[in-house]
Design a protein around this ligand. Structure first.
Ligand code: PGA
Length: 253
C-alpha cells in the first residue's frame, strides 16, 4: 500500500543531556531540510522535551514522548499527562515499549488505559508490540500478537485509529545488534495487520502504519523498507548518531 505515511521515529531512551539534545535535534533539522516525504519524529527524555520542542517549532520534524500517564491531572507524583505532552509540543507518544513492559512491569491493561487516554487527548500513539526470543522459538507469536493488540486496543473507537501507529519490536532484536530479517519483519507485520483487521475491519488495518524496530541501522534499513508492509522504523541506538539517523531517514524516502 503506497498510501500509508512513512514514519521514522528516534527513541532516545534515557540518553543525552541538554547540550546533546540540542545538538542532535538541530543537526536532524538541518540535515532534513525541507524534506517532507517521510515524517520524522524525535522522542527525547521528558526533561529535554521543552528544549527540543523549541528547536523543532516551524520545522517538519515532530516531537514525541516516550511515556505518558493515563489521567488528565491529579495526585500522581512523578507522572506526566497527555495534556502536558501536547502543551510542550508533542505530536507522538510511544506506549508499551518492551523496556517498560519488562523493567517497569507494565501490563496490557495499563497500556490500554494509556493508549485510550493519549488518543482521546489528541496525541498520535506509537504502540510497541513484539515477542521475546523464547516466544518466537516456541511458536507463540500469533498468541502474543493477539494478546498485545487486543489488550492494548480494547475499547478504542475506530474514529481514533487514524492517529495510531504500531511498532513491531521483537524483544530479541532491541539493542542487541540482531535485526529481524526483512522477511521476518514482513511476516510479522502481515500478522499484526490481520489482528487489526479482525478488530477494526480491513480498511483501517490497511491504512495503519506499522514500523519495524530493533537494531535498525544504515546497513539494514534499505532491505527492511523494501518490504510492502514495513512503513518506517522506530530507531533506538542509531537515532543518537546524526549521520546514521539521517541515512536511515533517506532510505525511507
Ligand atoms: P534499538 O532500539 O534500535 O537500539 O534496538 C529500538 C527501540 O527500542 O525502540
Amino acid at each position: 500500500m503506497g498510501t500509508r505515511t512513512k514514519l521514522i521515529a528516534g527513541n532516545w531512551k534515557m540518553f543525552t543531556n541538554t547540550a546533546v539534545a540540542r545538538q542532535l535535534a538541530g543537526a536532524v533539522v538541518q540535515g532534513l531540510g525541507k524534506e517532507t516525504r517521510v515524517q520524522v519524529a524525535l522522542c527525547p527524555p521528558f526533561t529535554y522535551l521543552s528544549v527540543v520542542s523549541s528547536l523543532l517549532r516551524g520545522t517538519a520534524v515532530a516531537l514525541g514522548a516516550q511515556n505518558v500517564y493515563p489521567e488528565r491531572e491529579g495526585a500522581f507524583t512523578g507522572e506526566i499527562s497527555p495534556a502536558m505532552l501536547l502543551d510542550v509540543g508533542c505530536k507522538y507518544v510511544i506506549i508499551g515499549h518492551s523496556e517498560r513492559r519488562q523493567v517497569l512491569g507494565e501490563t496490557d491493561a495499563f497500556i490500554n488505559r494509556k493508549v485510550k487516554a493519549a488518543l482521546e487527548a489528541g496525541l498520535y500513539v506509537i504502540l510497541c508490540v513484539g515477542e521475546t526470543q523464547a516466544e518466537r522459538e516456541s511458536l507463540q507469536m500469533e498468541e502474543v500478537f493477539e494478546r498485545q493488540t487486543v489488550g492494548a486496543l480494547d475499547g478504542v473507537p475506530s474514529s481514533l485509529l487514524p492517529r495510531l501507529v504500531v511498532a513491531y519490536e521483537p524483544v530479541w532484536a532491541i539493542g542487541t545488534g540482531k535485526t529481524a530479517t526483512p522477511d521476518q519483519a514482513q511476516d510479522a507485520h502481515v500478522l499484526l495487520r490481520k489482528y487489526m483487521a479482525k478488530m477494526f475491519g480491513e480498511e483501517p488495518a490497511q491504512a495503519l502504519p506499522i514500523l519495524y524496530g530493533g537494531s535498525v541501522k544504515p546497513e539494514n534499513i534499505v532491505a527492511l523498507m523494501q518490504k510492502p508492509d514495513v512503513d518506517g522504523a522506530l530507531v533506538g541506538g542509531a537515532s543518537l548518531k546524526v549521520d546514521q539517523f539521517l541515512t536511515i531517514i533517506r532510505a525511507a524516502l
